[in-house]
Design a protein. Structure first.
Length: 164
């Protein structure tokens, strides 16, 4: 809220140079802002009493947008990459999948390893858990198991994350 939009009786006022001017009536704050040819901007509406500052509103909005963009640049988004395996996978194929998982983990992504069962393979689910264990063991130098292997419908899934 700026200028006439502020409907409170009293506000805690911050001056042009950031100095505290104390708790003053809104009319007095508006008068001080007009004398400085600037705007009265409500900065903390939830405080008791609300905090207002005398600033140039256009410049204030520009600074806010710039700070938000800067904060967005610094945050890292973590993606989840999925690797699908089958119960009758050969060792060389498994090694290829391990290498691609290693690449994903080194980039900082999480890896979801899915062991998919089809048809008659469903009867031998408990015998295939060792494939996921071997997969996790071969990546144990750079990763840690976030979620242990768990059966969900026709598949068994496990999550790996980079070691800190």
């Amino acid at each position: 809220m700026i200028n006439e939009q502020i409907r409170d009786k009293e506000v805690r006022l911050i001056g042009v140079n950031g100095e505290q001017l104390g708790i003053v009536p809104v009319r007095e704050a508006m008068r001080l802002a007009e004398e400085a040819e600037l705007d009265l901007v409500k900065i903390a509406p939830t405080a008791k009493p609300p905090v207002c500052k005398i600033v140039d509103y256009g410049k204030f909005k520009y600074e806010q947008v710039r700070k938000e963009k800067e904060a967005k640049k610094k945050q890292k988004t973590i993606e989840i990459k999925e690797i699908r395996l089958s119960p009758n996978i050969d060792t060389n194929d498994l090694n290829t999948k391990v290498n691609s998982a290693r690449k994903f983990l080194s980039k900082g992504d999480k890896v979801k390893v899915t062991l998919r069962f089809r048809g008659r393979e469903m009867a031998h689910m408990n015998n295939s858990k060792h494939i996921l264990d071997d997969f996790a063991e071969s990546l144990s130098d750079i990763s840690v198991v976030e979620k242990a292997p768990k059966v969900e419908g026709r598949s068994m899934t496990m999550f790996l994350t980079e070691k800190r």
